[in-house]
Design a protein around this ligand. Structure first.
Ligand code: FAD
Length: 315
């Protein structure tokens, strides 16, 4: 019996969320008194996983699985869970895992808890803390099924280094024939993604137009941050849709979220609430974002942001 964890990779390299779910899996395994087995699909080098608590890696190498396909990947994980007799299966909260997890839960007849933010408070009964109501509240959920599936919120548990080495085993699950048409777009190599970012610098309609995003990008670069935007900004075509955050966009769970010229509508806050520290720069002291913010600057972004960049560069 082991705890099974699904590790995601991009072009063969593990994503940060994979190392985080591996860390989480180790904490669960320690509580239960068992080991962690990771499933790695078409990953180049799995030795890194040992540093985050994985004891064994099932290496799946198959050109059919080159691009993500929820049904096929869920099928692979189901077979891995059965082979390992895993009673707890752990995935991240990435976009891919959100497609995959419900299929896997059905396949394994497993109770499923999403948005989990802490290691189980108890493993008998198996109870986990989750966020609810777009991160405004927490609840404790007990899973009673024999197999339990957990999706850990990104950036909630963090990376916990361990000293172990992971053994590797080739795993060749049966994969039914399928075909998908995939168009992939390469992200700029030096850009931090919103999902992986510790810091996110986000701009809203208060920035007046796409020509003013230079200072947002510069601030993001100085901080090593990802850039994001409100929905109207991407709807207007000022920024790509991949940067749209909020209820209908990407969720953000960064350590620091800097909102510049964003009013703080409920639909925007719904997606960024999980961020640990929120900083707002807005000319309107009555903007709703100030109620959700940890720090606020009432001021013109065109004056405040250049000064902030200057100070940070001198730091
Ligand atoms: P505005 O509301 O126009 O606010 C601009 C802000 O900039 C104002 O507060 C203003 O005081 C400030 N400002 C102006 N000039 C300056 C300056 N020089 N310096 C500093 N501040 C300045 N929105 C999202 O963002 N994400 C979502 O996922 C989302 N989903 C939605 C889903 C539904 C079903 C609906 C109905 C709406 C959704 N919205 C979403 C839209 C949301 O309701 C708001 O309309 C939107 O968030 C407002 O964007 P904004 O704050 O950039 O623009």
């Amino acid at each position: 019996m082991s705890v099974l964890v699904y590790t995601e990779s991009e072009k063969g390299a593990f994503k940060k969320v994979s190392l985080e779910v591996a860390s989480y899996a180790k904490a669960v395994a320690n509580q239960i008194g068992t080991t962690v087995t990771a499933v790695a699909i078409n990953a180049n080098d799995t030795s890194e996983l040992g540093k985050y608590g994985v004891d064994k890696v099932l290496n799946v190498s198959n050109p059919q699985l080159e691009t993500f396909n929820a049904k096929a990947y869920a099928n692979v994980l189901k077979q891995a869970a059965e082979k390992e007799n895993a009673k707890v299966v752990i995935v991240s909260s990435s976009a891919d895992s959100k497609y995959l997890a419900p299929l896997l839960a059905v396949g394994l007849n497993a109770g499923f808890a999403s948005n989990v933010v802490e290691a189980p408070s108890s493993t008998s009964p198996f109870t986990v803390k989750r966020t609810a109501f777009t991160n405004k509240a927490f609840n404790a959920t007990t899973i009673n099924t024999d197999v339990k599936l957990i999706a850990v919120s990104n950036n909630a548990f963090g990376l916990v280094e361990a000293s172990g080495n992971a053994s590797a085993e080739d795993f060749s699950p049966s994969i039914p024939e399928f075909s998908v048409h995939v168009e992939s777009v390469d992200k700029a190599a030096d850009k931090v993604t919103i999902a992986d970012a510790e810091i996110v610098v986000s701009g809203g309609r208060g920035l007046k137009g796409p020509e003013n995003w230079g200072m947002i990008e510069e601030l993001a670069e100085v901080l090593g941050a990802a850039t994001a935007c409100s929905k109207p900004v991407s709807d207007l075509g000022w920024r790509p849709h991949s940067e749209h955050v909020g209820q209908t966009g990407k969720p953000v769970a960064s350590n620091l979220y800097i909102a510049i010229g964003i009013s703080g509508a409920i639909q925007h806050l719904a997606g960024i609430n999980a961020s640990k520290v929120k900083v707002v720069i807005n000319t309107d002291a009555e903007a709703p974002f100030f109620k959700a913010a940890d720090y606020g600057v009432v001021g013109d972004a065109f004056e405040v942001v250049p000064q902030l960049i200057e100070k940070l560069k001198a730091f």
